[in-house]
Design a binder for this molecule. Structure first.
Ligand code: BG6
Length: 474
């Protein structure tokens, strides 16, 4: 049997995509609340368009999302029914520190998460908690400019210390920043950055990158001090770049693009900035805001495991502006002619998961955790509200098969697998509800209409069987 008996099967969500309750329980406003559905979403996500207030003309899906704020107990019961061993979720920073720079945390927010973790414990579900999943208090953006400001390190440190202390004994597995490399592609989501007119954007991104890496290392240090049982992971938006062909120029291009993604977790896992990055930044005249003592903090506080999301592989090709492009997270990639794509144009490559796992494991030699994988698809309920999502089952079975080979045949150490959006939630990329990933259908549309009723899909029973057989019965 490739997977150990403790293998952590489960599902993943993020506060801003499912919780809602944006103005309840003392919660403050976050960047993600202000990202609307529709054509302005992309320029806002990428920090090109300043949008720090609600207006009448947009619809903001995160405000209510799927209202897990009020449904969490029932939702956890459904996860338990599937046999989840773990549940990956994130904490909304603004529930704990509504503005981000307060002296004292908001008790109601802490209590909200404590209740969830206690219920998880009762159900035998191990929480895996992302400290920030694309969220940043709006006050910290307005007042300090988001992560380009070093003060953010201190605010994050305080958040981390508060939750590690309060949830000691309830939570052991933590991720510091969701998809930390996304900062370069979606800087408003990844780092609360809104660019000023004429600003050197690359410089701003690398200021933010250093501050997040420092904050991640400090959180790792504090977590280990507060409870040596704590296990801290970094989190990468993964997906190997393949060279378009064996033209050495394309091979080099693929290596370069892989480097741009990997440098963040190189620092978090190996404890130092890789030379390829330092040389590039030197050539481009971009400075890292390294202060005395920073490099020691990075070196001494590396992560315990490497987690990542995997939806697709990517393709690199030089000097071809006209090449066919495919979608995929925020990353655009040259189209791979060997692969089919989802309805949203994300190419489907199960073998790429095995390849990606091998590359990451070879590089770091630390246990891995697949914390996101799944198929965003249009589900059409029948007259009884039932969704027969065989396409999702096929996608997941094919990926789990390759993940199994990475463990069984290649010897990759793997802690667990949490599929993305185990219950339908708001899409991070598009703000749609109609891009569904779940085993559980939620009756809500792209504009907030619907009863919020939860209904199990065909994949619900399938995943239950996968977990019960520890990945044998696919
Ligand atoms: C990852 C994110 O990038 O991909 C999630 O961590 C996101 O927050 C997921 O939802 C799927 O992307 P999308 O755009 O389909 O929601």
């Amino acid at each position: 049997m490739p997977f150990s008996k403790d293998f952590l099967w489960g599902g993943a969500t993020a506060a801003n995509q499912c919780e809602g309750g944006y103005n309840q329980g003392g919660r403050g406003l976050a960047n993600v609340d202000l990202v609307p559905h529709g054509k302005d979403r992309f320029p806002i996500i990428t920090g090109e368009m300043k949008h720090l207030e609600f207006d009448e003309e947009h619809f903001y899906p995160a405000k209510e999302a799927i209202d897990m704020y009020h449904h969490w107990k029932d939702d956890l019961a459904l996860f338990a029914e599937m046999g989840f061993k773990t549940y990956r979720m994130s904490i909304a920073w603004t529930r704990i520190f509504p503005k981000g720079d307060e002296q004292e945390p908001n008790e109601e927010g802490l209590q909200f998460y404590e209740d969830i973790f206690k219920e998880c414990k009762r159900l035998g579900i191990e929480p895996l908690v992302t400290i920030t999943h694309f969220d940043c208090p709006v006050h910290l953006i307005k007042e300090y400019g988001g992560w380009r400001n070093r003060k953010m390190v201190g605010f994050y440190e305080k958040l981390a210390r508060t939750i590690f202390t309060r949830f000691k004994g309830l939570v052991r597995y933590w991720l510091t920043f969701n998809e930390i490399n996304m900062l370069l592609h979606a800087p408003f989501m990844g780092a609360g950055l809104v660019f000023e007119e004429g600003e050197n954007k690359e410089q701003a991104k690398y200021l933010a990158a250093h501050h997040e890496l420092l904050a991640s290392a400090l959180a790792t240090k504090i977590a280990h001090e507060i409870d040596p049982e704590n296990k801290i992971g970094c989190m990468l938006a993964a997906g190997e770049y393949y060279p378009f062909d064996c033209n050495p120029e394309n091979v080099l291009e693929a290596q370069k693009q892989n480097h741009d993604n990997l440098f963040f977790i190189d620092v978090q896992s190996r404890g130092k900035y890789p030379n390829y990055l330092l040389k590039r930044l030197e050539r481009e005249d971009v400075q890292l805001p390294i202060e005395t003592g920073d490099l020691e903090i990075l070196a001494e506080n590396t992560v315990d495991f490497i987690s990542f999301s995997y939806y697709s592989s990517r393709v690199a090709k030089i000097k071809d502006k006209d090449a066919d492009k495919s979608a995929g997270n925020i990353f655009e990639s040259v189209t791979n002619p060997y692969l089919k794509a989802s309805e949203w144009g994300w190419q489907i490559d199960p073998l790429g998961l095995r390849i990606t796992m091998n590359s990451i494991y070879d590089r770091y030699q630390k246990p891995l955790f697949v914390v996101e994988n799944g198929l965003g698809a249009l589900d059409k309920p029948d007259e009884n509200g039932f969704v027969a999502d065989d396409y999702r089952i096929d996608y997941m079975a094919a990926h789990i098969k390759e993940m199994k080979k990475a463990v069984e045949l290649d010897g990759v150490e793997l802690l667990g697998y949490t599929s993305w959006g185990c219950i339908d939630l708001v899409s991070a990329g598009t703000g749609e509800m109609s891009k569904r990933y779940g085993f559980i259908y939620v009756d809500r549309d792209d504009f907030g209409k619907g009863t919020l009723k939860r209904t199990s899909k065909k994949s619900f029973d399938w995943y239950k069987k996968v977990i019960a057989s520890n990945g044998e019965d696919l």
